[in-house]
Write a protein that binds this ligand. Sequence first.
Ligand SMILES: Nc1ncnc2c1ncn2[C@@H]1O[C@H](COP(=O)(O)OP(=O)(O)OP(=O)(O)O)[C@@H](O)[C@H]1O
Ligand SMILES: [Mg+2]
Length: 325
Amino acid sequence: MGESLRIENLYVQFGTPGGQVKALNGVDLVLEEEQVYCLVGESGAGKSTVALSIMGLLPRSASVDRGSIIFNGVDLLKASPEYMQHLRGSEISMVFQDAKAALNPVQLVGDQLEEVILAHTDVSRRVANGMAQDMLREVGLPDPRRIMGQYPFSLSGGMCQRVMLGIALVLSPRLLIADEPTSGLDVTLQAEMLEMLRRLCRDQHSSILLITHDMGIVANMAQQVGVIYAGTMIEQADVMTLFKEPTHPYTWSLLQSLPRLDDIDRDLQPLRGTPPDMVNLPEECPFLPRCHKALSKCRVEVRPPALEVAPGHPVACYNPVLSGA
Ligand SMILES: Nc1ncnc2c1ncn2[C@@H]1O[C@H](COP(=O)(O)OP(=O)(O)OP(=O)(O)O)[C@@H](O)[C@H]1O
Ligand SMILES: [Mg+2]
């Protein structure tokens, strides 16, 4: 199996009245084919900015200062708008947190699906209509014919979520980016959606970049996990390693603060402090003020580089939590 996507040293800023927001500060990420990679981190860490960078959908206020995003052997940051348009929907597609907002409210569901198919293939409208119906059935919508003739506003949130997933998957993309696809859904529906994602991607041999801040979802879905903090990847590992040997103090604290079924009496430890100001980002480790393992070195040195504590397990920390410690 090869690589599906490789991001190297990605820097992105947003121009705002308050100054340049340094949203991504050297993000590295490799997604293997047919793999689910979970990108986790708290609000404002830069998760959606990574997703939008891949899709070529950053707002005008954003500038990409450095880095590359390699997909199909092409650096997407240098690709033409036409090429990006061709990729979106056919080879890379995305599902958003808020399906109702992402769908066109005044266009019939069926038309929205058919439009994607017709824009990227040579099939006839009749064939596209059949494909659209099949897809809606696959994402668990009963009576697809009737749904095709409805507007998104007349569907429930869960149904819209399924329609959006259908649109994202109808052309069997090689890469699906799902940005908090299930937050706001009830637990049963969330489990069903995740199972559907997993199944459809397995059948289509796609890979998934799944963005979430829910460690339960990570444990259920991921093969590989990346933890992002203040726009840098502070730890990456396979899912077993990450849960058994969280090595960056931030990852360690995140997992400490989770309730565990085998240890329900343990006190929850909410992470103290707040993330840094992304306009005036410090030179040193951005996690320093919240870190329980900080050394004097951490206060004088620049941000620690990500180094492998084991093969395939890079950690950006001068004083990592070593297993057994
Ligand atoms: N369009 C924008 N203009 C200005 N700043 C932005 C813009 N989009 C994001 N940012 C800033 O960039 C940083 C990263 O934001 P991003 O949306 O990528 O975070 P996130 O990890 O997706 O957070 P959340 O979990 O809340 O969705 C934040 O500081 C955010 O305020
Ligand atoms: Mg986001």
